[in-house]
Design a binder for this molecule. Structure first.
Ligand SMILES: [Zn+2]
Ligand SMILES: [Zn+2]
Length: 258
């Protein structure tokens, strides 16, 4: 990889295009699998797990895919810039696992996820200020009933704000490049889970000592319908600490699990 000069415009363009294809492919693959299993295949066992059983407007699906593909382009540009920063030596990205040891791989993953969570929670609360909401966050909430395709359905303004956090994290947190790829895949996967409109976690998960810290479809669907609660991204801790977790969550969770 180091034989290419990514600061050269045409090489940067090819790199960004390649990243765009990877991000779109990962989105279509993950959201597509969820969609086929929950909506096309639609096994009877999921009936109770569906949060909103009624079908949504097909036009909304098209909008979600359109905005998600656009956000993928913004994520690809951020990815391209990360590679340039890496090549220029501005980042803490490392290539040899032995440099920090195997134990550091999951630790750095968790640290980055916690930083991302903190950034997103407070950004999200700010985006719910009326003026900001109308300007950049309403596009995401147009999906009143969510679907796996809602995962990246953001206004470009929100897309930019979401895409800058990982490039900032790698400026100071040493991360193996595979850890970054794993985190980005985790981001896509959890976004599809949380927007799938189907609760996949088992009964009692919301009060389990570990499970209660994870956001799922019931948790995030309450955000899309109640607006003022459940701002978190992966984890519930900020919502619990700031008392912004919906009171309806335990009851709703029980109603959608078997
Ligand atoms: Zn959402
Ligand atoms: Zn919101």
């Amino acid at each position: 990889m180091h034989q290419y000069d990514f600061t050269e415009p045409s090489t940067f363009l090819v790199l960004t295009l390649l990243m765009f294809l990877i991000v779109v492919f990962r989105y279509v693959l993950i959201a597509g699998i969820f969609y086929i299993v929950f909506y096309v295949f639609d096994p009877k066992g999921f009936e109770r797990r569906k949060i909103f059983p009624k079908h949504k407007d097909p036009k909304q699906y098209r909008k979600e895919v359109f905005w998600s593909v656009f956000t993928s382009l913004l994520f690809a540009i951020a990815g391209g810039l990360m590679v340039v920063m890496w090549q220029k030596g501005y980042t803490q990205i490392y290539e040899d696992v032995r440099q920090f040891g195997w134990w550091y791989i999951p630790v750095s993953f968790l640290i980055a996820a916690f930083i991302h969570e903190t950034y997103y929670y407070w950004l999200h609360r700010w985006m719910h200020k009326p003026k900001v909401y109308r300007l950049i966050h309403k596009t995401h909430h147009d999906s009143h009933i969510t679907s796996p395709w809602t995962s990246f359905s953001f206004h470009p303004g929100e897309g930019v704000l979401q895409s800058i956090i990982i490039p900032v994290i790698i400026l100071f947190l040493p991360m193996h490049y595979y850890t970054i790829v794993a985190l980005l895949t985790f981001m896509t996967l959890t976004s599809a889970i949380n927007h799938s409109n189907v609760e996949i976690y088992p009964k009692g998960f919301h009060k389990h000592w570990l499970g209660k810290w994870f956001i799922g479809a019931t948790h995030h669907s309450l955000h899309h319908t109640q607006y003022r609660f459940n701002y978190g991204l992966y984890f519930t801790f900020w919502d619990k600490w700031m008392k912004t977790e919906s009171e309806k969550y335990p009851e709703n969770f029980e109603n959608h699990t078997i």
